[in-house]
Design a protein around this ligand. Structure first.
Ligand code: HEM
Length: 247
């Protein structure tokens, strides 16, 4: 009886430590192997490599351009989710929704502009990141596959930007997408079919708005998340960031 009471008391006393140890399996010791084990055993830390080459930490090597693109993507997801509460993909309501966001919703203008400017910035930073990768020769073996994934990421970023442009359903959006989809129709052979598939008809109307909306809020972000996962995983598998050969 007394033994049960004692162990119960003991387990309550050790509860905080037990909870902590069930989450963080291995503590950070001072020996190199213990520190490595602490990184491996933690869900959030294991994204990072246990060892990093000094060259990869030089701010002037990457200028953080890839990471900035990624953070902009996170801002776009968060602000886009909030925008979805106020937006209806209907030709009747879309423009009025945007005006309500501007004049009725608290901080609606800020929300819309955060999304808009982050989108412009992501296109610019993804492009600058590609230039950095090119100028440091990081597209060479064994990183060719990651370069290809990068090109797909840039295309998805541009397509996200293009599909988002129609959603406010103002004059600028309507005519930009009319011109854009007409350009697609010039593709030899399949042009007209691609245009029809994109617009869900022969002109920019309700079906086009719905298609662009679904592509913009579901399909393309999902594709981007999968590609980003592969992109980051490949950086690790290719031995971290590129560096001068005999460094
Ligand atoms: C959505 C856009 C993109 C994101 C969020 C992204 C993210 C990143 C991040 C965080 C890194 C680690 C180094 C750094 O910060 O520069 C990286 C490396 C890399 N990225 Fe991207 N990236 C994107 C687009 C691209 C594009 C367009 C290309 C090329 C066509 C590309 C090719 C590469 C390659 C080859 C590496 C390895 C570089 C090295 O080892 O030095 N990425 N990317």
């Amino acid at each position: 009886m007394s033994e049960t009471a004692y162990s119960l008391k003991e387990s309550i006393r050790h509860l905080p430590r037990n909870i902590k140890e069930s989450i963080i399996r291995r503590g950070g010791g001072t020996a190199e192997q213990e520190r490595a084990a602490a990184v491996f055993g933690n869900m959030f830390l294991h994204v990072h490599p246990v060892r990093v080459h000094l060259n990869s930490l030089r701010a002037g090597y990457t200028f953080g351009l890839g990471l900035i693109s990624f953070y902009l993507f996170l801002i776009l997801i968060a602000s886009g989710l909030l925008l979805m509460f106020y937006y209806t993909p209907s030709t009747e309501l879309a423009y009025r929704n945007m005006k309500d966001l501007e004049y009725v919703v608290s901080f609606g203008v800020v929300l819309r502009n955060v999304h808009r400017w982050s989108a412009h910035a992501m296109v610019a930073f993804a492009f600058l990141h590609m230039c950095r990768v090119f100028y440091t020769g990081s597209y060479k073996a064994p990183r060719e596959f990651n370069w290809v994934i990068g090109v797909c990421l840039l295309l998805v970023t541009l397509f996200l930007s293009f599909t988002g442009y129609l959603l406010p359903w103002d004059q600028l959006a309507f005519w930009a997408i009319t011109v854009g989809s007409n350009i697609a129709a010039y593709m030899p052979g399949i042009g007209e079919k691609v245009r029809f598939l994109l617009l869900g008809g022969n002109e920019v109307g309700q079906m086009a708005l719905l298609r662009f909306y679904v592509l913009h809020v579901a399909v393309l972000p999902l594709v981007a998340v999968v590609l980003l996962g592969v992109h980051f995983w490949r950086i690790r598998k290719d031995g971290g960031l590129s560096r001068p050969l005999n460094d």
